[in-house]
Every structure is written in C-alpha cells, then in structure tokens.
Design a protein around this ligand. Sequence first.
Ligand SMILES: *[C@@H]1O[C@H](CO)[C@@H](O)[C@H](O)[C@H]1NC(C)=O
Ligand SMILES: *[C@@H]1O[C@H](CO)[C@@H](O)[C@H](O)[C@H]1NC(C)=O
Ligand SMILES: *[C@@H]1O[C@H](CO)[C@@H](O)[C@H](O)[C@H]1NC(C)=O
Ligand SMILES: *[C@@H]1O[C@H](CO)[C@@H](O)[C@H](O)[C@H]1NC(C)=O
Ligand SMILES: *[C@@H]1O[C@H](CO)[C@@H](O)[C@H](O)[C@H]1NC(C)=O
Length: 423
Amino acid sequence: MGNHTLLFLPLLLILSITTTISAHNITEILSDNPDYSQYNNFLSQTKLADEINSRQTITVLVLNNAAFSSITSKHPLSVVKNVLSLLILLDYFDNTKLHQITNGTTISTTLFQTTGNAQNSVGSVNITDIKGGKVAFGSAAPGSKLDSTYTKSIKQIPYNISVLEINAPIIAPGILTAPPPSSDVNITALIEKAGCKTFATLISTNGLIKTFQSTADKGLTIFAPNDEAFKARGVPDLNKLTNAEIVSLLQYHAAAKYLPVGSLKTTKDPITTLATNGAGKFDYTVSVAGDSVTLHTGVDSSRIADTILDSTPLSIYSVDSVLLPPELFAKSPSPAPAPEPVGAPTPTPASAPSPVADSPSPLPASPPAPVDGGPVGAPADAPSSAGHSSSEKSAGVHVKASAVLTFTVTALSAFVVSTVFMS
Ligand SMILES: *[C@@H]1O[C@H](CO)[C@@H](O)[C@H](O)[C@H]1NC(C)=O
Ligand SMILES: *[C@@H]1O[C@H](CO)[C@@H](O)[C@H](O)[C@H]1NC(C)=O
Ligand SMILES: *[C@@H]1O[C@H](CO)[C@@H](O)[C@H](O)[C@H]1NC(C)=O
Ligand SMILES: *[C@@H]1O[C@H](CO)[C@@H](O)[C@H](O)[C@H]1NC(C)=O
Ligand SMILES: *[C@@H]1O[C@H](CO)[C@@H](O)[C@H](O)[C@H]1NC(C)=O
C-alpha cells in the first residue's frame, strides 16, 4: 500500500507469476451434449463458468434441460445463480470416490458458501450412499431431504475437475426466495460501510452515483479505493485536477459489465472502463497470483482488497490504491509496462525485486528526488532510447498532480521504468 514506485523489467515479466491459466473449460466440456445446453448457457450468463475454470479440484453437478427448467422458468437470474453455485462442489468426486465415501456419508463445501450469501451449513451439500448402490445429494442444512440422485458421469480430468449428472436441483432452505439484490442496493451506503468513504463522497458530489445506480442492473463493476488509498503518498492532489479530469478518474474506477472474481481471474483482454472513449483507452490489465488479483494501469497497480458485493450483475470491490490512468497521469504514447501481450504474465510491484542494481542504472545520473515535489524529467544523459526518452520526459511534465520523477533506461532490450509520485 502506498507504494507508488513501480519497477518493471521485461525479464521479470517473463519470469514472474503467471496468470492462472486453467486446464479445463466447462463450457467446452458441456457443449458436446445438447441436453445440457440450458445449464451451460446459464453458467456463462452468471459467469460461473469463469469461476469453475479458474479453480482446481472441483466437481460440477449438472442438470439436463428438463430437470433444470423447473428453476429457470420460475426464478430470476440471481436465484438461478445461487442454485447453480450450490451444484459446484469445491472438492473432487468421481464415480469411484462417490461410492467409497467413508461411513457412507460426507459434507462438501460448494461455491455458494464462498459468496457470502450462505449462513452456516446452507452453502454445503450432504452426499450419502444409499441402498442399492445409489448416491444421493441434499442440502447440508439440518432437516433437509436428500432429494437429488447421481445419474451418470459426464467427464473427468483427474483430479482437477469432475462433471457428473444428477436428476434434480439441490434446494437449500431459503435459496429460492432470496430477493434479487442489485436493483435496490444503495451503492453509496455499501461503499461507505466498506471503508471507502472518500470515494463514496467523490462519486456523490460529482454525480457519478446516478450513472452507477442506473447501470447497476445492466452489468457494472466498481473498484472503490479505500480511504487509506487516498491518503497514500503519491496520490494526485484532486484540487489540481479539472472537473472533467476528476470525472474521468472516477469513471476509470468502474467497468460497464459484471466481473465477478472468477471473470477477473480468467480475463485475457484489458478491462475497458466507463472512462474509455474515442480519445483514450482508459483501461487496465489484470494479473493473478494465487487468490490475489491485481490491476495494472500502466502508471500504477492496485491489489483488489475485498469483495464488497457480488450480486449478478453488479460487483463491487475495494482496492488498495487509487487507479491512475496513463491518459491523465502520463502522456507517454505507449506507457511502458502496458499494454501487456494478451495472456502474458504480469509482475506485481510487490513481487518485483528491485531490478535497479542488476541493470545499467540511470540512478547515478539522476538528480536527487526533489523535496518540493516539483516535476523532474528524465536525466538528459540517461542511457535511454530516443523514443522513450522524450516521451517519458514529457510524462513527468504533463502529470498534473505532481508526479515527479520519471526515468527510463533501455538496455539489452530491457527497460526499467520507475515513476515516483510525491505529494
Ligand atoms: C471455453 O470454450 C468456449 C466454447 O468452446 C469458448 O468460446 C471459450 O472462449 C473458452 N474459454 C476459455 C477461457 O478458453
Ligand atoms: C466413521 O465412523 C466412525 C464410527 O462412528 C467414526 O469414529 C469416524 O470418525 C467416522 N469417519 C468419518 C470420516 O466420518
Ligand atoms: C446426511 O444426511 C443424512 C440424512 O439426513 C444424515 O443421516 C447424515 O448424517 C448426513 N451426513 C452428514 C455427514 O451430516
Ligand atoms: C490440472 O491442473 C493443473 C493446474 O492448472 C495443470 O497443470 C494440470 O495439467 C491439470 N491436469 C490435467 C490432467 O489437465
Ligand atoms: C444511500 O445512502 C446514502 C449514505 O448512507 C444516503 O445519504 C442516501 O440518501 C441513500 N440513498 C437512497 C436512495 O436511499
């Protein structure tokens, strides 16, 4: 947090954490059989397909179109999503394992448990071997019946994913009657409560909240910087920005589509934002390291700290840093670390050991960091390539909000860009 010094090295790009590339694709697995077309379709609509693909050790209990229609014909998408989430087990069960459950009964956690919508055992499933070699499933909530039966195996990739067919949905108490949440969510209140008061105030006073509220039911993702993020060193002084720039900066913190964590983890393309327009890309790339998801703007990076809300089609996250678009904070035509090649591994600043010592460093030639926060361009004698030198130099000057030290080094086709903002 508060680290606005970014060090990028192409070598590290290659060597560091790889974006999770899943070995399975549930959409493809199910596309072979038209009996599962509805189920498959809803996995995509709810983005649960991304969630499944981004996980290892998972079992998907599939319903054929006839069995699934009892849910889809009567209930809103939010309910369908919850029902589907309860059919995605966070463990690996194939035909053999189902019939060898110790003591004939076990409980498995499901994806529904991870959504925060499930209390106690409502997000878990009871799997029990019953007489005649059959295997039955039911909610793990007390008093639930084992109403669902295993019918056949569809596909296994041991021990990553197992896809099994069951004959009926697993219904946990209350799961069918939960109201669709996003339509009446008070976004400001929610964000405030999650420790993002400054951002909540900014989107209210600048009128952004109206846009957010009106697009919330069409697909919207908000990345709300927490209050510490606005206090961090290097955050631009908003008083020095024009109103239009502040609005762009705020719009930059939202995307006009639903992006739950699974989708963020599997996304290959840069995420375009509400600020994206003909004049600027205003996008960012995503890198994944285990459970940690980081957004890279080209100027800075921000880890996703918390999921504040995941309610199809609205997702809200808190992020550790204010996202700074290159379009406002570095006028360089091609900001050094971005755009990433599609699917390329991306380093997080935290993971990047200081490369300065290992490379032909411009540091000896650099003037000391200014105390007054005035802009300083790249040192004239830095061994930078002509192309980068001028653009990076002007970047330092153009940064409205006191970006201060920018230098570029190009050597052995590697370059280090360090941007230091001071407030
Ligand atoms: C999964 O397969 C579907 C259908 O074949 C394809 O459209 C989709 O792009 C694939 N997803 C990924 C993440 O590769
Ligand atoms: C199986 O049952 C025995 C006896 O009731 C019990 O001690 C043991 O903990 C059970 N094992 C599991 C995995 O539940
Ligand atoms: C699963 O449900 C059955 C029937 O209600 C019950 O007898 C069994 O104890 C449950 N299994 C577990 C592990 O709680
Ligand atoms: C299982 O998943 C891991 C990690 O994604 C992958 O390396 C491995 O190849 C997968 N196994 C199979 C059989 O696809
Ligand atoms: C939403 O919450 C904010 C802050 O708690 C409050 O000021 C505002 O009136 C609420 N809006 C609606 C429409 O209830």
